[in-house]
Ligand binder design. Structure first.
Ligand code: 1HN
Length: 361
């Protein structure tokens, strides 16, 4: 087909030229000139593999903290990671948005709500409470915090120290599908109290137990926080069981957990999957490709990410993006702790998921 179209165009038949001009005029577009780009044989992402170093991100966020106020209108001092392949859009991948957000001593980011689903992950610091639908949720190192779509939320820093964290949202997906709503809420936060544990955790965060007031299925997890002590213990036990000769890890020296919605057992948000992985010192993952895009943030340790033909050395706080169908693998130099998120719930729900693992890699 492409060959036929090519041969025709080489004849430069004036009638054919007129046909293409008339297509253009009538807002029509012939498939035979475009099949290759519309339907490549395998995914050919515009997003590229890329690494943002924490040593770049944090000082820039700090400078924004010194120079740019946070408040109504701008709403958040969040600096988006713009994938170099996506033409300057503030998108990490075609579906995911990520930013470093910075809140100075005693600052407040006012409440609002939007259709977009959000999470926060904390690589360092504490002292900020995110108030989600009126429930104050402490943010501490290693915690995953959820803000499901349409939940009111604002943040306030109770301390004399600044705090920075990673935000992840499904902004590009919502933008592309024209499905987003946004509303302002209170100018500050509706509950300034600073409990250690949120009400949502008091109700929901007991292993294997769900309250009988919550037997309905929820689109997003009702748990506002997944605490580091639980994540760390789960990973530690997987590696201990492996040491004791039991099958507990996904591959040798590789412990992993997925954060789940306790009402479904599925992903925490309808559009975003979140997991935590721990590789023993010296361990490697098998090289693989997946449909859909993902990102990793190094929580602790150091190692290498192999993305396509390039190897990136990474350390604490670094953010790594893995576009769809790019071959990737990870090697741990010392014990490597990784937070990761992806658009897998969307890809799987639509039936698009495929994966290939390179044998013997
Ligand atoms: C938002 O509400 C937050 O609540 C972070 O921290 C990033 C990016 C665009 C629109 C709203 C937050 C955001 C955002």
């Amino acid at each position: 087909m492409a060959h036929t179209a090519h041969a025709e165009s080489q004849l430069s038949d004036p009638e054919l030229d007129r046909l293409y001009a008339d297509f253009d005029h009538a807002h029509l577009n012939p498939l035979w000139t475009q099949l290759d780009s519309l339907m490549p044989g395998t995914p050919s992402p515009r997003a590229v593999p890329f690494v943002w170093k924490w040593s770049t991100l944090y000082p820039l966020a700090q400078r924004a903290g010194d120079l740019v106020p946070v408040g109504r209108g701008g709403e958040r001092r969040a600096i988006a990671l713009a994938n170099p392949g996506l033409g300057g859009a503030p998108y990490l991948t075609p579906t995911l948005w990520a930013a470093i957000q910075y809140l100075g001593p005693k600052e407040t980011a006012p409440e609002h709500r939007h259709s977009q689903n959000a999470f926060r992950f904390v690589v360092e610091g504490d002292g900020v409470w995110t108030v989600v639908n009126g429930d104050p949720v402490a943010m501490r190192r290693g915690d995953l915090l959820l803000t499901p779509g349409w939940a009111f939320h604002g943040h306030h820093n109770e301390t004399d120290q600044p705090m920075a964290w990673l935000d992840g949202l499904d902004i590009p997906l919502v933008h592309y599908t024209d499905t987003g709503f946004f509303e302002f809420g209170a100018d500050g936060v509706t509950d300034e109290s600073t409990p250690d544990i949120s009400r949502s955790e008091r109700l929901w965060a007991h292993p294997g137990l769900r309250p009988l007031v919550g037997l309905d299925t929820r689109t997003s997890s009702p748990m506002a926080a997944y605490r580091w002590e639980h994540t760390d213990a789960a990973l530690r036990e997987q590696l201990a069981l492996e040491d004791e000769g039991f099958s507990a890890t996904t591959e040798p020296g590789h412990a992993a957990v997925r954060y789940t919605n306790p009402t479904t057992g599925g992903d925490v948000l309808p559009t975003i999957r979140a997991e935590f992985h721990r590789l023993r010192a010296g361990a490697s993952t098998r090289a693989r490709r997946d449909v859909g895009s993902a990102a990793y943030q190094v929580f602790d340790g150091s190692g290498e990410f192999h993305l396509g033909d390039t190897t990136y050395s990474v350390g604490k706080g670094d953010l790594i993006v893995v576009p769809s169908w790019v071959e990737w693998s990870i090697h741990a130099d010392d014990e490597l702790d990784l937070f990761t998120f992806s658009d897998a719930p969307v890809v799987e729900r639509l039936g698009f998921h495929r994966t290939i693992t390179r044998q013997g890699a």
